[in-house]
Design a protein around this ligand. Sequence first.
Ligand code: PMP
Ligand code: GLU
Length: 391
Amino acid sequence: MQSLQPSATLAMAARASAMKADGIDVIDLSVGEPDFPTPAHICAAGEAAIRAGHTKYTPAAGIPALRKAIAEDASRRTGREVTAAQVIVSNGAKHCLHNVFTALLNEGDEVIVPTPYWVSYAELVKLAGATPVLVETRLEDDFKLRPEAFAAAVTPATRMLLLCSPSNPTGVVYTADELGALADIVLEKNLSVVSDEIYDQLVFDGRTSVSFPTLRPGLEERTVVVAGVSKTYSMTGWRIGWTISPPSLAKAIGSLQSQETSNPSSISQYAAIEALQGPQDCVREMCEAFQKRRDLVAAGLKAMPGVRVPDIGGAFYAFFDISAHLGKAYGGTAVTNSVEWCEALLEAEQVATVAGSAFGAEGHVRMSFAASEEKLTDGLARISRFLASAS
Ligand code: PMP
Ligand code: GLU
């Protein structure tokens, strides 16, 4: 426990909220959370669930109607046949990841985690007693794991590859060919895969997000897909995520969950059924808004001297390189790394971002663009002014 790091994203968000409560005009671009309200029809389903008395324990793995709705949604959108027995519903996708690592990893196992990675991956792997093996990717490759780098990192102790596309924190979306090349190595080396597909519907410019197990025969047996309603339906506080895995593993995860946390909120489960089975216009509308914001943010960052940003194809993050701006003084204080840079930015211009080092990529900073265009425009102007103030 003493070596466990708290979530840097949640820590920065809490700090920005505390500053706002003190009346400070903070632009919070730290946490990755859609700024839209949960769509009204989904909220209504939650209210109806309370009134109908769905306020008791449910089966630990989730109510059958929701597991079925998730299986049908996944089957329809990916083209592979998913059954309800493969689905376990948990308290958000973060809980799903914890469940999977606990169920699959042993002491000494190695998990290949491409960097930059989402803050919780390495810590959750370590909590399960295993070792995250961080494999660097480069901005020039749009932060995508190259097959050669992946193959070179595999040792006899390697158990699993952890993938996230569309990616938090880079917004990068792998193509089917790129994933296919990784899949070949997975099969050859006999590895498991956890494919975090929580942003799969938030893709831009007509891209499609490919679900990893559909790429090659033989992947379904070794892949766990993690997803949920948090991002797609702006339901972060409802805490509903799920795993799709081979049925035997799903059974094990269900047993683990029955001992550790029991079911996720009954009310949230009913709301999630409505999210999946109700009108889907809200998803398209939110995605279109994110794409416009992506345009605004990518152009704004690219216009800043020395700042580099990859091709953002999905999710709602810009992960930009600020290494050219380190080793300078801001307001008289020397700034040598990304943590100090984010601190100085918050201090000088009240813009909250998250340091790249929290994602295993020093020299970079993550900003979320799940904020209004007005706030983003103001935030970008403040960042620009901050960079220009360095000496
Ligand atoms: N995976 C990724 C890549 C995420 O960005 C998040 C956001 N917190 C999660 C998992 C966890 O999602 P949830 O809020 O459903 O636990
Ligand atoms: N996934 C979001 C982020 O990266 C939410 C915060 C968290 O769960 O860490 O900011």
